[in-house]
Write a protein that binds this ligand. Structure first.
Ligand SMILES: Cc1cc2nc3c(=O)[nH]c(=O)nc-3n(C[C@H](O)[C@H](O)[C@H](O)COP(=O)(O)OP(=O)(O)OC[C@H]3O[C@@H](n4cnc5c(N)ncnc54)[C@H](O)[C@@H]3O)c2cc1C
Length: 452
């Protein structure tokens, strides 16, 4: 059935059972077994056009994947466009970059560093630029520089109607609005152009505390964040890291708390701002120092190996002492939590500024984001999802009801409705009807018409 499609492609077509199929369809979350009907390894935008048109003609859903970090559903019966070979990465010394849809952040970090420039990547540099940026993009220096999606200059995309388009604020303004925040709702991005920021180095790292200090550290962090200037971006993570290779001995197999910190001002000022939280207890490990921005991935030290995970997520409007106590009661050292990570990120600062060009990214006024990550391995596998909901329930009095499209990869109407406010969702849905009349974009993360 796919012979006609294969004939139209420059890249390869891979079917179930063929050698590269599992590798290409696989993702970071190995709890989800992806089963696309065929995989197109796009070599150029024309391959994406061919795949989208073939999907429309044959009734297949279409999905897109670069790295699999956001794998959210099985993509059953879909034609999966794999963008890994769209690997162009050009940094312009006057402050912007152009990348193909298969590029990961570390490539851009390394290409931008010699020019003293920095892309607004996330905590894990192995994540793909396009999936991250189309979902907003919340990174370790976000309170200074804002959302990655607000730095986009131009997007090259094959919309659901099979047309290849170049989208800017002036050309195709509707699409420019909807792709930034709408993830894959309107089409498959083939290339992205975005501004970089001048930031050769950053004063950054993490303070790791013992679990016995969890209450002092969480309460200290909570009040510290209330007066932080926007040069400071921070998050806190309640950690129960397994004793695996790569996990530092003082953190392995026990409850610890990490305070991540990235400061975009001078080293001296960064030290002064960090001092109160550094003094709240004695850190087991203190990695905060001035580092090249290209090493920003060391701040969160996110896992890089695929694993079976379950995530729950929310946004909070505030974090009073009662909220911190509620979190400790359900996920603190005495709670018997099965989660590997329960993380709060401090938002605000530049994240709450109005964007230069409005976009589909919502919830800019949230004060904190919450995410739980649990490993679905025996004997705790069954307990992880239910406990994730218990954490959300414990913090419900402070939850906004919203969620960021990027965090906690998921599909389904309820999740989509939380990612957008009602007006945005209605406009995105209307755009999806216009640019994807055959409704081919119905697999993968956040296909908006799941909520229609
Ligand atoms: C360890 C880890 C750390 C993370 N840290 C952060 C963080 O700090 N901040 C943050 O904001 N997010 C973070 N995320 C979430 C991440 O940004 C999203 O999962 C993102 O979708 C990953 O993009 P990808 O291309 O790498 O993944 P993929 O699984 O390849 O793609 C996921 C989804 O992105 C969209 N997408 C991908 N490529 C295209 C394309 N060419 N055109 C249109 N849509 C596309 C689609 O909706 C697709 O379903 C993290 C995820 C992980 C696993």
């Amino acid at each position: 059935m796919f012979t006609a499609l294969a004939r139209d492609l420059t890249g390869a077509l891979t079917l179930p059972g063929e050698p590269l199929y599992k590798e290409l369809a696989g993702g970071f979350n190995v709890a989800i077994a992806a089963r696309p009907a065929a995989i197109v390894e796009a070599r150029d935008p024309q391959d994406v056009v061919a795949a989208v048109r073939f999907a429309a003609a044959t009734g297949h859903p279409i999905a897109v994947q670069a790295t699999g970090h956001g794998l959210a559903d099985a993509m059953d019966g879909a034609i999966l466009v794999h963008t890994g070979r769209l690997d162009e990465c050009v940094v312009h010394p006057d402050g912007w970059a152009r990348v193909g849809a298969g590029v990961r952040w570390q490539q851009v970090l390394d290409a931008a560093a010699p020019h003293g420039l920095a892309p607004l990547c996330g905590s894990a540099p192995g994540v793909g630029v396009v999936g991250y940026t189309t979902g907003g993009g919340l990174g370790p220096v976000a309170r200074t520089f804002g959302w990655a999606s607000d730095r986009v200059r131009a997007i090259e995309i094959v919309t659901g109607d099979g047309a290849a388009r170049r989208v800017t604020a002036d050309d195709e303004p509707d699409l420019f609005w909807g792709i930034r925040g709408g993830k894959g709702a309107l089409g498959i991005v083939t290339a992205l152009e975005f501004d970089l920021v001048p930031l050769p180095a950053v004063h950054a790292g993490a303070l790791y505390f013992d679990g016995t200090d969890a209450a002092a550290v969480l309460h200290g962090w909570r009040s510290w964040t209330r007066s932080l200037p926007r040069e400071a971006t921070t998050s806190i993570a309640l950690l129960q890291l397994p004793p695996l290779p790569g996990v530092p001995a003082p953190l392995a197999g026990r409850f610890t708390v990490a305070v991540r910190f990235a400061w975009t001002g001078t080293t001296e000022d960064g030290e002064t701002v960090l001092a109160p939280i550094r003094a709240v207890a004695t850190p087991l490990i203190d990695t905060v120092r001035t580092i090249p921005y290209a090493a920003i991935g060391t701040v969160h030290a996110d896992p890089t190996d695929p694993m079976p995970v379950h995530e729950s997520t929310d946004l909070l409007s505030s974090l009073p002492a009662e909220a911190a106590d509620a979190l400790l009661a359900v996920a603190g050292p005495a709670a018997g939590s099965p989660q590997v990570i329960v993380e709060l990120r401090h938002l605000g600062g530049a994240l709450a500024d109005p964007p230069r060009h409005p976009s589909a990214l919502c919830h800019r006024d949230a004060a904190y984001s919450l995410i739980t990550v649990g490993v679905l391995a025996p004997p705790i596998a069954a307990a992880v999802p239910a406990h994730g909901e218990q954490v959300r329930a414990a913090l419900a009095p402070w939850a906004t009801g919203g969620a960021l499209p990027n965090l906690g990869a998921a599909t389904g109407a309820e999740r989509v409705a939380r990612s957008y406010d009602a007006l945005t969702l209605a406009r995105l849905t209307e755009l999806a009807e216009r640019y994807d009349p055959a409704h081919v974009l119905r697999a993968g993360q956040v296909p908006v018409r799941a909520a229609a």
